[in-house]
Ligand binder design. Structure first.
Ligand code: HH2
Length: 384
């Protein structure tokens, strides 16, 4: 018979693993980790071992704390108990910083664009363009585009995202008149059919025309910084907005993107844009943030952002992820733009597991099916 194990030493307070490594003056950011779903989340919440993520139903049992350090970031991970003990032992102002950061991560989100944020919503991509990277030309004809928009909604898209200009790497800007010509009839027909429509544009004139035609969401890859009038327009029209991070502009963005530490750089950029929106009169509950996968990012940048997606819940806003069919999937897993469904689903499931509330996808029916399976498995009760 095996000898009895030595009793486990219980130390109180438990050591705060790596948190003590932070210099007292270094601001720390908290990224939820050990994120639980379904029954596991409910049990950990009941036992006081986890906190609800953005109001639930997911929960997080650990956090990764990040602080800028020369050449990148210092990271330390531990349980919520360890984090609280460290911050209490360190005292002011660390304790206030940690409790404010946790409060932002935990707080229930108000509905965004009329969608309750307690489940993952799908934004279906509708490119009314000749040159989009995965479906260019397929829906340039307005009748085909409207048909596709209806099909996306029938397959389970909560939002149809209409775009009239490709923002793929290397894309040349499209004249504004041409962008208007492409999108206005399509937005109008879909909105008249009762669909929730977003307009994917960087131009204030296109935003205005799309809102006039019935769109209710502005999805701007420049985070409303591309044109001077965009902020005031979004504020005065009461639109919901998606603020995306892009380094540079599509024509040149992939040439040599550089970051100090990509996750913190993107987070701070989005926080600055949220502050600009709030100052212009767009309240934070009307804002969703998006790290902008593939927009001025190499594969290590994309992967770092995906790995720490939950960091963006710290903004207090809804989080949107657009990874569908993007080229990093082809580089990492093989396949041309139309052969990336497997990788797109993997990214979507990962995002949903990190609490992302809106997934921007081309393959709506397939993503719905994958999410339904993930939720059913996580919620299933296995009899003992
Ligand atoms: N990606 C694309 C376009 N718009 N908007 C948000 N918020 N997030 C994204 O990741 C995003 C976006 C690029 O994809 P797609 O529209 O399919 O291609 P193209 O730009 O070539 O039309």
């Amino acid at each position: 018979m095996a000898p009895p194990k030595a009793p486990i030493e219980v130390r109180s307070p438990a050591p705060a693993r790596g948190f003590a490594a932070f210099r007292p003056e270094a601001p720390v950011r908290l990224c939820p980790a050990a994120i639980l779903e379904g029954r596991a989340a409910a049990a950990a919440l009941d036992d006081g071992l986890a906190l609800p993520l953005a109001g639930g139903p997911l929960a997080f049992a650990e956090v990764e704390a990040l602080a800028r350090a020369p050449g990148g970031a210092l990271a330390a991970r531990g349980s919520i108990g360890e984090l609280l003990r460290w911050s209490a032992a360190t005292g002011s102002p660390r304790q206030e910083e940690v409790s404010a950061a946790l409060a932002a991560l935990v707080a229930p989100r108000r509905p965004w664009a009329g969608l309750d944020l307690e489940r993952t919503h799908l934004m279906g991509v509708l490119n009314v363009t000749p040159d989009s990277f995965s479906d260019g030309g397929a829906f340039l004809d307005p009748a085909r585009a409207v048909e596709q928009g209806r099909a996306l909604a029938a397959a389970g898209a909560d939002i149809v995202d209409v775009g009239g200009e490709s923002t793929r790497p290397g894309a040349e800007p499209v004249p504004v008149e041409e962008e208007l010509r492409r999108i206005v009839p399509v937005v109008r027909a879909l909105a008249e059919a009762g669909l929730r429509v977003s307009i994917d544009t960087r131009r204030a004139a296109v935003m205005a025309a799309a809102l006039d035609a019935g769109a209710s969401i502005i999805n701007d890859v420049t985070a409303l910084a591309g044109e001077h009038d965009s902020l005031a327009l979004a504020a005065s029209r009461g639109a919901a907005v998606v603020l995306m991070h892009m380094a540079g502009e599509p024509r040149t963005m992939q040439e040599d993107p550089r970051y100090e530490e990509v996750t913190l750089d993107v987070l701070e950029f989005l926080e600055r844009r949220i502050a600009a929106c709030v100052a212009a009169g767009i309240p934070s509950e009307r804002i969703a943030v998006d790290p902008g996968i593939g927009f001025g990012k190499q594969d290590p940048h994309n992967l770092a952002l995906l790995a720490r997606l939950a960091l963006f819940h710290g903004t207090g806003c809804a989080v949107l992820l657009g990874a569908s069919r993007k080229s990093f999937i082809g580089r990492l897993g093989g396949g041309g733009p139309r052969e990336r469904l497997g990788g797109s689903l993997a990214a979507a499931l990962w995002g949903a597991g990190q609490g992302v509330q809106i997934l921007r996808v081309h393959d709506v029916a397939e993503t719905r099916q994958a999410l339904a399976l993930q939720a059913a498995i996580a919620g299933h009760h296995t009899p003992a």
